[in-house]
Design a protein around this ligand. Structure first.
Ligand code: ADP
Length: 521
């Protein structure tokens, strides 16, 4: 039982491969952590560094309170289970499980107790006298787990332990490893390339790509709030649909124009409230991500929505309980090929569709994902940076969301009607404005409060009361009217013009044919 913490961990192999770059994570005692990502992303290397099987190029690794960078694997109090079970073929199951304990000169009766207990937990008691070759893959993997369990490690490391098993056995062993974790109450770190395995087993998941951590989060949060396009596409099957397009805020609505097709739709601004305002200018290119389960072909949804696109059906896959419909939002597109207009729909409407049919599909923008076209990072942060509100200033009073508040004397402006950009961290939880707490989300330890009419603030304390008094930090607000900034936030730093000047400290001189440097006085 132990915490494991990785601080600025790097791995550069002797051939120059940068396998792991700046890995930072604190794994709490008893967590079930899964490292997931495509082949070659650095997950095994990270696990092997924790095990001590691979040197750490830079950074600090702690298990419990000890820095273990230079500690031998056998002294780290960890146990590791590999994909190939690495059992001794000439030994019985009993001997295989007992082997490590014998090496450590544990008394025989104690070894016996531990082996029997582990066999019991894993349901392999009746195989204790058999040799590995007489057992199936699943049973052998249980023996490998047994060998790890009897060591009573502080941390269990598992490297793709199920990938040699067939699909049915994998599902069964997945559940058993989950049960084992609950029983042993030990920290588990599990490596897999299979996102379904990761989603079903991990309490938290680390998604990696090309040696870099992309996101560390709970399965639910990875699915709901992917921090970039890679994570969004990696988690969930079939993969999220990605279109390209632009967004233009027009009052209470946002016009969405798709690329490579004439399709355009409008959605209520409330669905895109968290979007960074600069992306709502009708020019900034974004990826629009919608999961196949968030597209509906049901006639009653089509009737009630303005977010309807025409889809030309190319083919479908009938899965029994649901049908995957493949199509394209470009009338000349081809739903067989992945593109910026191809769409996959999880359809439960039971409609009998054929190739060439044109159907109306509703895109559920309450569950949309938006990513910057260039960086591919999300532009829908979980906590919006700004509350973006209509406002009016009259005789030194600021009116917004049906309330009125006196502007500080230092802020002077003419009467106007415009937009107020109120940063979430400028809404304080001590003030005279009464607001109703609608919901409080846990965002990686920060609570998010949603006021009566969608007003966000951040706080490190959970908000328990229904009504709170809020205030505004006027130093941080921006008010825009007629395309001009009428009130600007105060700069947080004093800025001065300056430039860097190169100072000569040494002269190079030649003395008797040799180059020497001489300090400049
Ligand atoms: P994963 O477990 O995610 O499939 P690995 O951690 O095994 O990935 O590998 C990460 C990267 O490091 C890959 O590019 C791989 O080719 C490289 N690599 C792994 N082991 C070595 C090694 N011993 N020497 C050089 N490069 C290696």
């Amino acid at each position: 039982m132990a915490d494991v913490s990785l601080t600025h961990i790097y791995k550069v192999y002797p051939n120059g491969t940068k396998a792991v770059n700046d890995f930072n994570m604190h794994i709490r005692d008893k967590e079930f952590i899964v490292f997931v990502g495509p082949s070659g992303c650095g997950k095994s290397t990270t696990l092997r560094m924790i095990a001590g099987l691979e040197d750490i190029s830079a950074g600090e690794l702690k298990i419990g309170d000890a820095i273990v960078n230079d500690m031998e694997p056998k002294d780290r109090d960890i146990a590791m289970v590999f994909q190939n079970y690495a059992l001794y073929p000439h030994m019985t199951v009993y001997e295989n499980i007992a082997f490590g304990l014998r090496l450590r000169k544990i008394p025989k009766n104690e070894i016996h107790e531990k082996v029997v207990e582990a066999a019991n937990i894993l349901g392999i008691t009746e195989y204790l006298n058999k040799k590995p070759k007489e057992m199936s893959g699943g049973q052998r993997q249980r023996v490998a787990l047994g060998r790890a369990i009897v060591r009573e490690p502080k941390v269990m490391l598992l490297d793709e332990p199920l990938s040699n098993l067939d699909a049915k056995l994998r599902t069964q062993m997945r559940a058993e490893i989950g049960k084992l974790h609950a029983k042993l109450q030990t920290t588990f770190i599990y490596v897999t390339h299979d996102q379904v395995e990761a989603m079903t087993m991990g309490t938290r998941i680390v998604v990696m790509k090309d040696g870099f951590v992309q996101q560390i989060d709970t399965p639910k949060n990875l699915y709901r709030y992917p921090s970039n396009k890679f994570v969004a596409g990696f988690i969930g099957t079939p993969q999220m649909n990605f279109f390209e397009g632009t967004l233009l805020k027009q009052g209470d609505e946002v016009l969405i124009q798709f690329e490579y097709t004439d399709a355009q739709i409008t959605v209520p601004y409330s669905a895109l409230y968290k979007a960074r305002p600069s992306y709502l200018d009708g020019k900034s290119p974004v990826y629009i991500g919608i999961r196949p389960e968030d597209v509906s072909l049901a006639p009653e949804d089509v009737k009630n929505s303005k977010a309807v696109v025409k889809v030309v059906v190319s083919h479908k896959e009938d899965l029994g309980n649901e049908t995957l419909v493949y199509g394209d939002i470009n009338p000349n597109g081809d739903g067989y090929v992945e593109s910026s207009t191809r769409i996959i729909i999880k359809d439960n409407s039971g409609r009998d569709l054929k190739a060439g049919d044109v159907v109306d599909a509703v895109l559920d923008f309450e569950h949309v994902h938006l990513f910057d076209k260039k960086t591919e990072d999300t532009v829908l942060p979980r906590i919006p940076e700004y509350n973006y509100l209509d406002c009016e200033i009259k005789k030194g009073k600021l009116k917004f969301l049906g309330t009125e508040i006196e502007l500080p004397e230092a802020i002077k402006t003419d009467d106007l009607k415009g937009e107020l950009l109120l940063p979430t961290d400028a809404v304080t939880l001590n003030g005279n404005l009464k607001a109703e707490v609608v919901s409080c989300e846990d965002v990686n330890g920060i609570s998010l409060m949603l006021g009566g009419k969608r007003l966000y603030t951040v706080t490190t304390e959970p908000v328990e009361t229904k009504t709170v008094g809020i205030g505004i930090d006027f130093k941080k607000i921006t008010v825009k009217a007629d395309g001009e900034e009428k009130i600007s936030p105060l700069p947080e730093l004093n800025c001065f013009d300056c430039k860097f000047v190169k100072i000569k400290t040494h002269d190079t001189v030649e003395v008797k044919g040799k180059t020497k440097t001489k300090k400049v006085v």
